[in-house]
Ligand binder design. Structure first.
Ligand code: UDX
Length: 452
């Protein structure tokens, strides 16, 4: 398969990882078949509609449906037989005990095994606990039903190329990777994988050795788990320090800047606040803790990371209650629902947790988020204590406080004198430490950040 210029790729699972990956490779010139078992998703994508928000995906989808570089199908058997390389991008949700549920991957592996008739490379992109690639390899090498001889084994190689795409920036990250980790147990596959990424290297003017890290499949799986767990650790560390700043009247932003100036620490992921959320960090951390347990390794440091993050909501709510002890019938403007800006993702968003706790205390909430309100209505529903606003100022009319729960840049640009006029009591609880304390207090507000 070396140095083919007309390879066909099939990407299984068209979610936040699979769809950007499929469209990215189509944009690089490969023929790509996107496969999903959800027929309504396939139907919607075929018509050019992306069923979730991800910046840039919409236009790439339209472009490559038109260019014929990308087709969508629910017929996995057909796709397997058209393609040279098969990407596994299905979800790995978590079980209640925090371990990763890899059943979607296993079921897909059985399907692939039954369809494969000639040599394929199977690339595992889904985030998985260590040794999942080996499990896939074993499934692919088991005899098909009613067959005695081993079938796909001699036809299939399994490679792990974990995704490091951020939600909301998946396309940007696809085209500007910091590294491409490739886990191979057979180094003779190296050339084919380099060939797959060659159009990207040419496009961005980089060499393979600038970006590719070749290793074994287990190390590649651990690299992804460890990267997200390390990011979570950095966040819980700074959040822990911000609690001390809050207690003694110090400023966590200055501390972050001071320690981040050391390149061994780095400035990113040092913004203290109500904690991390989303589909990846919490789940990947839990799964990594479970891998430690399963393999008899003490990962207690990560258990503490999780505890610190879980406690962020309590720290934030205590601040509100210390200021406004009786929450019943208090009205709050909630600025931000998504777990971070530029996405409509609310899974594991600390904002949702805070909203639920305030509702339990009968506080009235008027919500605003530039993207996530439809998803909120859909997934969480509404209650008589909740209403939805058309903009941040509208959310604050007659309120006793503004709660900033997502650091959308537009929240910084609000007209503070207007805000002051519409609020019943001008108090801001800045859960993302995004406003300038001095500027806000000079404008007449009471201001509470988390350690600033
Ligand atoms: C993460 C990884 O960054 C990405 O590489 C991986 O592929 C998927 O998981 P994502 O879940 O999109 O990406 O979120 P990320 O941008 O990492 O942010 C995670 C959380 O940390 C958000 O809730 C964000 O608000 C919070 N955060 C981030 C902070 O609280 N402070 C910071 O300084 C940075």
């Amino acid at each position: 398969m070396n140095h083919k210029t007309n390879m066909t790729l099939a990407v299984f699972g068209l979610g936040h990882v699979g769809l950007p990956t499929a469209l990215g490779f189509a944009d690089l010139g490969w023929n790509v078949i996107g496969v999903d078992s959800d027929r309504s998703k396939v139907e919607s994508l075929t018509k050019g509609h992306v069923p979730f928000f991800e910046d840039g995906v919409d236009s790439l989808l339209k472009k490559h449906l038109k260019s014929d570089k990308f087709v969508v199908s629910s017929d996995s058997n057909w796709a397997v037989n058209q393609a040279d390389i098969l990407f596994i991008c299905v979800a790995t949700p978590e079980y209640k005990d925090g371990s990763a549920d890899i059943s979607q991957i296993e079921n897909l592996a059985y399907q692939l095994r039954d369809s494969i008739k000639s040599y394929k490379i199977v690339i595992q992109k889904s985030t998985t606990p260590v040794n999942t690639a080996e499990k896939i390899r074993i499934i692919l090498s088991q005899p098909k039903e009613n067959e005695e001889v081993q079938s796909a084994d001699k036809f299939v190689d399994v490679v792990v190329i974990p995704e490091f795409l951020r939600e909301g920036k998946a396309i940007e990250d696809f085209f500007n990777p910091q590294r491409i980790v490739v886990g191979l147990d057979d180094m003779s596959l190296k050339e084919t994988i380099i060939n797959l990424y060659m159009p990207l290297f040419q496009k961005i003017g980089k060499e393979e050795q600038d970006l590719m890290i070749f290793t074994d499949t287990r190390s590649a799986e651990i690299s992804k788990n460890a990267a997200n767990s390390f990011l979570a650790t950095k966040l819980s560390f700074i959040n822990m320090v911000s609690d001390l700043c809050l207690k003694v009247g110090a400023n966590i932003d200055s501390v972050s800047r001071s320690i981040g100036a050391d390149p061994r620490i780095g400035t990113d992921f040092l913004k203290a606040g109500i904690g991390y959320g989303g589909e990846c960090l919490p789940k990947d951390l839990n799964s990594f803790i479970d891998s430690g347990k399963t393999n008899g390794v003490n990962f207690s440091i990560l258990e503490e990371v999780q505890k610190v993050n879980d406690n962020r909501v309590t720290v934030y709510l205590s601040q509100i209650k210390d200021t406004l002890p009786n929450l019943k019938d208090m009205s709050f403007a909630v600025w931000g629902l998504a777990f971070k800006p530029n996405t409509d993702e609310i899974r594991n968003s600390p904002a949702i947790n805070i909203i639920n706790k305030l509702i339990e205390e009968y506080a009235k909430l008027r919500l605003y988020d530039p993207l996530a309100m439809p998803v909120f209505k859909n997934q969480i529903g509404t209650s008589e204590l909740i209403s939805f606003a058309s903009d941040p100022i509208d959310a604050a009319v007659d309120s006793n406080g503004v709660l900033i729960l997502t650091d959308w840049p537009q929240f910084k640009e609000q007209d503070l004198s207007k805000l002051f006029q519409v609020m019943k009591t001008p108090i801001i609880f800045d859960g993302r430490n995004m406003l300038d304390r001095d500027f806000v207090t000079e404008s007449g507000f009471e201001y509470y950040g988390l350690g600033i």
